[in-house]
Design a binder for this molecule. Structure first.
Ligand SMILES: [Fe+2]
Length: 386
């Protein structure tokens, strides 16, 4: 086995378990909190998911403010608003409760609290000079993995582009990963976020910046997600929710410390144009792109097929890898992901522009097979016909 030099370190301590959300106050106190800011969207607050966090802060005597200006694809303007509110209130610990949008907004607020300037000043690769404000993340979906990733994706509202603060100093110090928060999640959200987590795992494993540590996380996550996603969508119980929460966090470590690839490049282009939910957009392209990539690394795609439960014994590796692609296709279908043609907003006339946008994505060079705008156009057309 030949392995290139790499380094692997996790800045985030993970506390996993049913009811662990109630430890938020204790963890904030251990971080020296004098005033906390709870970053959560109105839906999460309305669903009662911040209740245990607020109770635990009160029990520890820690005053807190709530910032709820969170939107999907979080914006620089909201990050700046949250920063000013946090600064005025003397906030010294941030607690994000929610999906990727809340967690990424909190990472942005923490960056401005410790570095000043604007979001744009700190977007790029490892530009931070010091750790951001201590951040505790409590994921309420099993998809994004943002509780363990070292980056925040924020939309530049003037330029209409996505910016990325990519730095382990922006990672959460503590992730409170509680599977019981998934029990009330609507099935379409469980389905789309779950396929997002599967895509993180598949792309982390096959991308050309993976390493043996991220590979181990990625393969294990694929196994967990294939085993639990259908049940978590159809009849969520603590067992399936545990499997999904673990799968998502473990996949988060895998792609957070390697990368994603062409599926995400296409999904982000589609989401940017039509606001398609991120997980749905990934699901539309996951089988088609995975099939396209097999020839670049048959062995890794065979491993994926095996992790998905395909009996690969005695089969030609490429045939077995293709059966893995079929498993991914079936999974998306079984959890109710629509077909591309069922989404009326998608216009094939937009495919050339979407292909260009996909090619420009920073993760395009990480795809295991070289992929150009022409290839992306073919992939958009193929996914649309499938
Ligand atoms: Fe994703």
């Amino acid at each position: 086995m030949i392995v290139s030099t790499y380094s692997f370190a996790l800045p985030t301590r993970i506390e996993f378990g049913e009811g662990i959300i109630k430890k938020a106050g204790e963890e904030a106190k251990a971080l020296g909190a004098r005033k906390a800011m709870l970053v959560a969207d109105k839906g999460v607050i309305g669903a009662g998911l911040t209740g245990p966090v607020e109770d635990s802060l009160q029990a520890e005597g820690i005053p807190y403010v709530i910032f709820d200006r969170i939107v999907p694809n979080p914006r620089d303007t909201h990050v700046e608003e949250g920063f000013h509110a946090a600064k005025d209130e003397g906030v010294d610990v941030l607690i994000a409760v929610g999906g990727g949008s809340s967690m990424d907004t909190a990472k942005g607020i923490g960056t401005l609290l410790t570095h000043g300037g604007t979001v744009q000043d700190w977007c790029g690769f490892q530009l931070l000079k010091r750790p951001i404000t201590p951040l505790i993340c409590v994921p309420t979906t099993a998809g994004t993995g943002s509780e363990v990733t070292p980056f925040a994706v924020i939309t530049d509202t003037k330029e209409h582009v996505k910016l990325n603060i990519f730095d382990p100093k922006a990672a959460a110090l503590v992730a409170l990963v509680d599977p019981s928060v998934l029990l009330g999640l609507p099935s379409p959200v469980m389905a789309s976020t779950g396929v997002d987590a599967m895509t993180h795992a598949v792309e982390a494993y096959t991308c050309n910046v993976s390493n043996p540590h991220t590979d181990a996380y990625a393969l294990y996550a694929i196994g967990l997600i294939i085993q639990h996603l259908r049940d978590a969508v159809a009849s969520p119980d603590i067992e399936s929710c545990t499997g999904m929460m673990l799968g998502s966090t473990i996949a988060g470590i895998a792609f957070g410390y390697s990368d994603v690839a062409a599926v995400h490049c296409m999904a982000e282009a589609l989401g940017g144009r039509y606001d398609t939910p991120h997980g749905v957009a990934n699901a539309l392209f996951l089988p088609t792109v995975t099939e396209f990539n097999i020839s670049a690394d048959v062995r890794k795609h065979l491993d994926i097929a095996r992790a998905l439960g395909v009996n690969t014994e005695g089969k030609d590796p490429e045939t077995a890898a293709l059966e893995g692609v079929e498993e991914l296709r079936k999974l998306c279908e079984d959890v109710g992901i629509p077909k591309m043609k069922d989404l009326p907003e998608i216009d094939p006339d937009d495919f050339p522009a979407l292909a260009e946008a996909s090619e420009a994505n920073v993760s395009t060079p990480s795809n295991p097979r070289e992929v150009t705008a022409k290839d992306y156009l073919y992939l958009f057309q193929k996914a649309y016909e499938s």
